[in-house]
Design a protein around this ligand. Structure first.
Ligand code: UDP
Length: 514
C-alpha cells in the first residue's frame, strides 16, 4: 500500500482528435511514472484511439480506455457521429454543433456512475477545458480536478487579456487592435481571436467553461517553457492557479519508439504508413513539403484547386493529406478527371483521408509543413524541427501563426487574413492564389539566408523540446510536480484512499521516473 501505482487518474478528453491525441499522450506520460490512468470516452473515439492505448499496455503501462454511452441520437445526431471532425465533414448545419455539445454534456451521468462503481475514488480527474460538465461530477464526489488546455498558452492568454480588458465588448468583428497587457506585441481582430464557445447561441457553454476553469485545482498545457514560458507565467498569474507545462507530449521518448502507435495516432490511417516511409526514403533530406489542414478544417473545391496548382507550380515533392477527397465529388474530379494526380505522380503522394502525420513529419526527407496551425500539428513540427508555411482557418489558429512566424521565427505566411466564413459567398473561401503558394513554398524551402535561418532555429527548438521532456527537463519536472500536487491535494481532501498518499508522494519525489 502507499505507492504511486495506487494513485488512479481519470482523464476526460473532448471528442476531437486535436484534443484526444494530446490527452492520451498525457495519460501515457502519467502512467509511465507509475499511477494507473483511465481515459474515458465514447465508443467511436475509443475505437480510434485503441491502437495507441494497446501499444502503451503492451509496453507495460497501467493505462486503460473506458467507453461511456453517447446519447447523440437522442439529441438529433446520426448514429455513430461522436467526434468534431464528423460534424465538419460534409454539409452539416451549424446547429449540429450545439446538439453535439448537448450530448457531450450528457456524459456527466455515465461518468459519475463509472466512478461510483470503482472500489476507490480516483485521486484526480483531468478534464479538457471544453468539458466543463466534469466540474459538477468532481464537486459531488469530492475529487480534485485539473483542466487541460489543448491550445497554446499564447492563445489562452490572448483570450484572457481580451476578456479582462473588455476588448470583445467594444470592438467590431473586423476592427484591428493590439492585444492589451500581452507580453509581446500582437495585433489581431475579434474574428481571428475568439475563445472557445464565444459564439452566439453558445453562451451557456462559454460561461460554463470559464467557471470550470476558475474553480479548477490547477491547469495543464501541452507546451514547454522554452517557447511559451512568458505566456504560461502570465496566464498562471492571471488565473492565480498552479499551472504546468507537460509537453510537447508528442516528443516524449515513451512515444518515440513505438511505430504502430505513432502511425495510428487519433485514427486508423487511410494509407499504409510503410508505403509512405518507403516513398520518403527515396527522397533527399529536407526536400519534401507535407501539407495538412488537421482533422476539422475543410477547404472548398476552389481553395483546393488553387492549392493544387500552387503545389504543382512549386516544382517540389510533396505529401498532401486531402481529407476532403473522401466525401467531395468536386475534389475527386479535380484529382482524377482533371488529371492533377497523374501530372504530379512522380513527385507527390496524395493521402485521401487520415494520414499518419507524425510518421511523415518525423521522416528526414520532410523539410517543410504547410499547416493550418492547429496547436498539435504546430507542436509536432516544432518538436521535430520542421519549419512551417502557415494557413490558419479558425479558432486558435491565427494565434498559432503569430507564434510560429513572429515570435519563434520558424514560419512563412501564406497570406490568409481572416476566417473564410467572413468572406462573401462568391469568394468560395479563397484568400490565397496559386501564385501565392508557389512563392511561399519557394521562400520556405529555398536557399535564401532567411530560409536557412528558419531551418536552424527550428532545429534548435526541436532540441529544446526534446530536452524539456527528458529527465531534468522543464516539462518532465512539471509533470512530477503535478503528480505530487494532486497527491497532496487529494490527501488534504481526505477522500477514501488518503492513507496511501503520503508515501506515494515520497516515492515520486525520490525516484522521478519517466
Ligand atoms: N492528424 C493526423 N492525420 C491527419 C490529420 C491530423 O494524424 O490526417 C493529427 C495531427 O498529427 C494532430 C491532430 O491530428 O495531432 C490534429 O490536431 P491539430 O491541433 O493540429 O488540428 P485540429 O485537427 O484540432 O484542427
Amino acid at each position: 500500500m502507499g505507492t504511486l501505482s495506487e494513485l488512479h487518474f481519470v482523464l476526460v478528453p473532448l471528442a476531437a482528435q486535436g484534443h484526444i491525441i494530446p490527452m492520451v499522450d498525457v495519460a501515457r506520460l502519467i502512467a509511465a511514472r507509475g499511477p494507473r490512468v483511465t481515459v474515458v470516452t465514447t465508443p467511436v473515439n475509443a475505437a480510434r484511439n485503441r491502437a495507441t492505448v494497446d501499444g502503451a499496455r503492451r509496453a507495460g503501462l497501467p493505462l486503460e480506455l473506458v467507453e461511456l454511452p453517447f446519447s447523440g441520437p437522442e439529441h438529433g445526431l446520426p448514429e455513430g457521429m461522436e467526434a468534431v471532425d464528423q460534424l465538419t465533414a460534409g454539409a452539416h448545419e451549424l446547429g449540429m454543433f450545439l446538439k453535439f455539445f448537448q450530448a457531450i454534456w450528457n456524459l456527466a451521468g455515465p461518468l459519475e456512475e463509472y466512478i461510483q462503481a470503482l472500489p476507490r475514488l480516483p485521486v484526480c480527474l483531468i478534464a479538457d477545458l471544453c468539458n466543463p460538465w466534469v466540474a459538477a461530477v468532481c464537486e459531488r464526489l469530492g475529487i480534485p480536478r485539473l483542466v487541460m488546455h489543448c491550445p497554446s498558452a499564447y492563445f489562452q492568454l490572448t483570450v484572457n487579456c481580451l476578456i479582462t480588458h473588455g476588448v470583445y465588448d467594444r470592438v467590431d468583428e473586423m476592427e484591428p487592435f493590439e492585444v492589451p497587457g500581452f507580453p509581446v506585441r500582437a495585433v489581431g481582430m475579434k474574428a481571428t481571436m475568439r475563445g472557445f464557445f464565444q459564439y452566439p447561441g453558445a453562451e451557456k457553454e462559454y460561461h460554463d467553461t470559464l467557471d470550470a476553469e476558475a474553480t479548477a485545482d490547477g491547469l495543464l498545457f501541452n507546451t514547454f517553457r522554452g517557447i511559451e514560458g512568458t505566456f504560461l507565467d502570465a496566464y498562471a498569474a492571471a488565473l492565480g492557479k498552479p499551472t504546468w507545462a507537460v509537453g510537447p507530449t508528442c516528443a516524449s521518448s515513451t512515444m518515440a519508439d513505438d511505430a504502430d502507435s505513432k502511425a495510428g495516432r487519433g485514427n486508423t490511417a487511410d494509407v499504409d504508413a510503410g508505403h509512405i516511409v518507403s516513398w520518403l526514403d527515396a527522397r533527399p533530406p529536407a526536400s519534401v513539403l507535407y501539407v495538412s489542414f488537421g482533422s476539422i478544417a475543410q477547404l472548398t473545391a476552389k481553395q483546393l484547386a488553387n492549392l493544387a496548382r500552387g503545389l504543382e507550380a512549386s516544382g517540389r515533392p510533396f505529401v498532401w493529406a486531402i481529407k476532403e477527397a473522401k466525401g467531395d465529388a468536386a475534389v475527386r474530379a479535380l484529382l482524377d478527371e482533371e488529371g492533377f494526380e497523374a501530372r504530379v505522380k512522380d513527385r507527390a503522394l496524395l493521402v485521401r483521408g487520415w494520414a499518419p502525420q507524425v510518421t511523415i513529419l518525423s521522416h528526414p526527407a520532410v523539410g517543410g509543413f504547410l499547416t493550418h496551425c492547429g496547436w498539435n500539428g504546430t507542436l509536432e513540427a516544432l518538436s521535430i524541427g520542421v519549419p512551417a508555411l502557415t494557413w490558419p482557418n479558425i479558432a486558435d489558429q491565427f494565434c498559432g501563426e503569430q507564434l510560429l512566424v513572429d515570435v519563434l521565427g520558424v514560419g512563412v505566411r501564406s497570406g490568409v487574413k481572416i476566417p473564410a466564413m467572413y468572406l462573401p459567398a462568391e469568394a468560395e473561401g479563397v484568400q490565397v492564389e496559386s501564385g501565392d503558394i508557389e512563392k511561399a513554398v519557394a521562400e520556405l524551402m529555398g536557399d535564401a539566408p532567411e530560409a536557412a535561418a528558419r531551418r536552424s532555429r527550428a532545429k534548435e527548438i526541436a532540441a529544446e523540446a526534446k530536452a524539456a521532456m527528458e529527465e531534468g527537463g522543464s516539462s518532465h519536472s512539471d509533470l512530477t510536480d503535478l503528480i505530487n500536487y494532486v497527491s497532496e491535494l487529494s490527501r488534504k481532501k481526505e477522500h477514501k484512499n488518503s492513507t496511501a498518499l503520503p508515501s506515494a508522494v515520497a516515492e515520486l519525489g525520490g525516484k522521478d521516473t519517466g
